[in-house]
Design a protein around this ligand. Structure first.
Ligand code: COA
Ligand code: ZN
Length: 316
């Protein structure tokens, strides 16, 4: 397997995660989590989204969150936007990057942003212009890239049309999102090999949900294809309110631990990240899916049972 020396993680827990929490997370706690993530040296954070407050009431405080976080040099602060109004709000709020959203499948795009895919592409053209005027970078995410909870399989040709539409309007960073954890590693490889050959020069990223325990295998498959940008969420928070059956993203600390164990650098302070995950569990008031918070890193050692220690010292 080909593995990169370094990958870039984008933390999406405060957006993908907090958007689906049943209780509104108080603004100051959102700010605290973003600041803690930055202190753990997370290089990219998708802080919030600038969408309609009725569509996602949990993130209705996007402006205030952006205004009050402590900006750490070395961390890029982004927000998700679906249209021009969202882009203008995000730029006014001082984001470093805009992450756009549309789906590869018509039905999920309608459910999520109330537009056909063609309408969404049109709206994103305006988003690109807003971003360009403000010199803010853009990365374009495509939900349901590997399957749709309403339609099932998403044909590769359909995904290719959506990618092509984004590339035509100048997108240089494109994220394929497995919104409800339908992708498998072989499918990820085939999809990426196809897209990489068809669209040269694109910086690809993968946004995974661990709904069916295939997120890390899918990330391994993507790394083998040469992808080095991945989204993940602290504790394994996450889920789309407009995709039935959606559950958490790949867990950030589990992914970082896996990468570091293989000698792949992320620049992230894993010990601190685990502490952030504990804090987030306290904030949401329940245990999260991440394994590392329970098990500790694989460098963890336990005291020897006395009987074993005694036998070892006798035979020494
Ligand atoms: N932020 C705030 N308000 C917005 C907005 C935005 N990004 N985009 C549109 N609006 C407002 C318009 O100004 C308009 O207000 P008015 O009625 O006071 O004039 C109203 O919303 C309707 O505008 P319209 O363009 O018709 O939007 P819509 O009702 O069709 O909704 C979206 C479209 C995209 C705004 C909405 O579906 C949405 O926010 N979806 C977010 C989905 C999401 O975040 N999913 C999870 C992440 S994957
Ligand atoms: Zn997601």
């Amino acid at each position: 397997m080909r593995l990169p020396e370094r990958v870039t993680i984008c933390e999406v827990g405060t957006r993908d995660g907090f958007q689906i929490e049943p209780e509104f997370i108080p603004t100051e706690l959102k700010i605290e989590v973003v600041d803690l993530l930055a202190e753990a040296a997370v290089p990219r954070i998708e802080v919030t989204s600038f969408v309609h407050p009725k569509a996602v009431p949990q993130l209705r405080d996007a402006e205030e969150v952006m205004a009050r976080i402590r900006r750490r040099p070395g961390t890029r602060y982004a927000a998700l936007v679906p249209n021009e109004k969202g882009a203008v709000r995000a730029v006014d709020a001082g984001v470093d990057a805009i992450h756009t959203v549309l789906s590869a499948s018509e039905s999920h795009n309608l459910a999520n942003v109330n537009m056909s895919v063609a309408e969404s592409l049109e709206k994103l053209r305006a988003v690109m212009r807003v971003a360009e005027r403000a010199s803010v970078s853009v990365a374009c995410g495509i939900s349901t890239s590997f399957g749709c909870p309403f339609e099932g399989d998403v044909p590769l040709a359909q995904l290719e049309r959506v990618v092509g539409g984004l590339v035509d309007m100048g997108a240089r960073a494109i994220g394929l999102a497995d919104t409800t954890g339908m992708a498998n590693p072989r499918q990820v490889s085939r999809t990426l090999e196809h897209m990489m050959a068809r669209f040269a020069g694109v910086e690809w990223s993968l946004h995974t949900h661990d709904t069916r325990a295939m997120a890390i295998p899918n990330i391994l498959a993507a790394m083998d294809c040469g992808v080095t940008h991945f989204d993940s969420a602290i504790g394994g928070l996450g889920g789309c309110p407009f995709a039935p059956g959606a559950s958490g993203n790949v867990c950030s600390e589990d992914l970082v631990h896996c990468l570091h164990a293989m000698g792949i650098q992320t620049g992230i302070d894993l010990e601190r990240l685990i502490e952030v995950s504990r804090r987030v569990q306290a904030i949401v008031g329940r245990a999260l899916p991440g394994q590392l918070v329970k098990a500790g890193p694989s460098s963890r050692r336990y005291p020897l049972p006395d009987t074993v220690a005694a036998r070892l010292s006798r035979s020494a």
